[in-house]
Design a protein around this ligand. Sequence first.
Ligand code: 13P
Length: 251
Amino acid sequence: MRRAMVAGNWKMHGTRASVCELTGALAVQDLPANVDVAVFPPSLFIGQVVEALAGKSIAIGGQNCATQVEQGALTGEIASSQLVDAGCELVLVGHSERRLILGESDQVVAQKFAAAQLAGLVPILCVGETLEQREAGETLQVIARQLAVVIRVSGVAAIAKAVVAYEPVWAIGTGLTATPEQAQEVHQAIRRQLAAEDAEVAQATRILYGGSVKAANAADLFGMPDIDGGLIGGASLNANEFGAICRAAGS
Ligand code: 13P
């Protein structure tokens, strides 16, 4: 049985004051014991969030890491080992905003995934198709390619020690959620791709859905057999809404 997970990606949002308010409100949420809960603040605030949530069962992750594990001369980047040192347990890799706006290739994403695991972080590998790709009927091919590159670089067993997040680009921040059936179709295809290489890895790997998840639609999405939780953007900036999504994942 896979443990549910709900992860809040704060993206490039927050000030010291708003982060203080958000962590204060998160700290008093009634979170279900059977769900892994994590938040991903901007790197600037990781230390602040680690301190504010000390002793709470909320893990902290980075939104990105460098392709190299160790610190070095790489202006503006953050090494996976530095995220560990700061108190992170997880890191997002391959978010569509980084793939599409910042030009990260499948190969770079795969290197970041490997660097994260080498440092001891659990990577959340984000995959997803654009609206254009969906309309051209290429959804499953695009996802399969994004996943295959990581499997080629790190091996399929590495996927079981990570988390996969399916985030259709057209559903991110648009208020357009994939229907539970649309999401399930892709999640099932991801699990089948893994099963073709290793049945145990396929059964063990958690696959989260992301894209306009709210408290109001979370339970229907999380009720699908291959959806093991959610990666939440906008709604994770509201502690009560995020708490309600976590509770939906636990019931
Ligand atoms: P929204 O929940 O704001 O659509 O964002 C989803 C996302 O990109 C999480 O990584």
